[in-house]
Ligand binder design. Structure first.
Ligand code: UDP
Length: 328
């Protein structure tokens, strides 16, 4: 086996938003990221730091070929359907893609003796918070099929770990946002459902206005609070998680956020400062499946992975705005 192969990591969903930022960081840290993506939502332009294998997680043959060709030492698993609202409308799609696809991936991993996985999980596995800050001991009671599908995959991976077939790190992101500092890659979904890119569209005049989904939540200004974490901070955590597994650490799970919640209104106000003008919006009905508050305690990641977020909200919005302007 060559030195390069020893550091090859299979990145499912590597053509997507978070996956592509992690591929860039893997490359900078001396790994070869091999993107495995069905390109249903991913972008060719986002695959710049290693080979692309175009394939679906349900396609065992193509997946096996990727393992044969690249012999990855570990898998980072991002490929999934990720929209909360859509998951409420189309739950079967979420269980099929997220649970079914992961089962297939895990099976191929085990058959190929690839025993280390960093799994892209989510704050949505916790459901409605019972404490102000959510740490990893918080009960996991998801309130939408997206969160439920991710929690099921966690459970399956845990069971594989108990039978000594795998070691894992689960990374539960809060709200991933922002774009690459070099403005090479960033968030681009069709249709766009995430708040910050929608705010940018409205700021640029590419959307007449944005809708605030509910302003009568039990929060200080009535709009939902979220913990917005820069995608480059997430990428850094993935490298630390991978390296903990490669150095033999036991399986673990970490929340990744800043510990600071911002309301939808606060995001709009902060974005107005970044873009330099007012952004049109209107209050709309609540969106099904949205918990009022989701804010992380990431103390465990700080203590055990030696990770801490570096980017504040202004940096997040500035990078998102630069990326948005570059795209259009
Ligand atoms: N949101 C909103 N208008 C939009 C999109 C999102 O008010 O057009 C709100 C949404 O209800 C949530 C927050 O913004 O409270 C973040 O939503 P997003 O979809 O970005 O991420 P999620 O929290 O669902 O993962």
């Amino acid at each position: 086996m060559t030195a390069q192969k020893k550091r090859t990591v299979l990145v499912t969903g590597g053509a997507g938003y978070i996956g592509s930022h992690v591929c860039k960081e893997l490359h900078h840290q001396g790994y070869t990221p091999v993107t495995y993506d069905n390109m249903s939502k991913g972008h060719q332009w986002a695959v710049k730091w290693g080979p692309l294998v175009e394939g679906d997680l349900h396609d065992s043959k193509t997946l096996q070929q990727a393992f044969d060709t690249y012999q990855p030492i570990a898998v980072m698993h991002f490929a999934a359907s990720i929209e909360v609202g859509e998951s409420v409308e189309a739950p079967i799609k979420y269980y099929r893609n997220n649970v079914g696809g992961s089962l297939n991936l895990l099976q191929i991993m085990l058959e190929n003796n690839c025993k280390q996985i960093v799994f892209s999980s989510t704050a949505a596995t916790y459901g409605a918070p019972q404490t102000e800050l959510i740490d990893e001991t918080h009960p996991q009671n998801p309130i939408n099929p997206y969160g439920a599908s991710k929690l099921m995959v966690e459970r399956i991976i845990r069971d594989c770990c108990l039978s000594d077939q795998l070691r894992f790190v689960f990374l539960r992101y809060f709200n991933a946002c922002g774009a690459d500092s070099d403005v090479e890659i960033g968030e681009s979904h069709t249709p766009e459902t995430h708040l910050i890119p929608i705010v940018m569209q409205a700021a640029a005049g590419d959307r007449e206005k944005l809708y605030i989904f509910g302003d009568d939540y039990h929060t200080p200004d009535g709009t939902c609070l979220r913990d917005y974490i820069h995608v480059e901070d997430l990428a850094a955590a993935h490298i630390l998680a991978l390296e903990s597994l490669l150095s033999g650490a036991t399986s673990n799970e970490f929340n990744l956020g800043t510990g600071q919640g911002y309301s939808v209104r606060e995001i709009i106000q902060a974005a107005e400062k970044v873009v330099g003008h007012a952004i049109p919006y209107e209050v709309h009905a609540k969106r099904a499946g949205d918990p009022p508050v989701l804010v992380a305690s990431s103390k465990k990641a700080e203590q055990q992975l030696n990770w801490s977020p570096q980017k504040n909200l202004t940096e997040i919005l500035t990078s998102a705005w630069r990326w948005y302007q570059k795209q259009t």
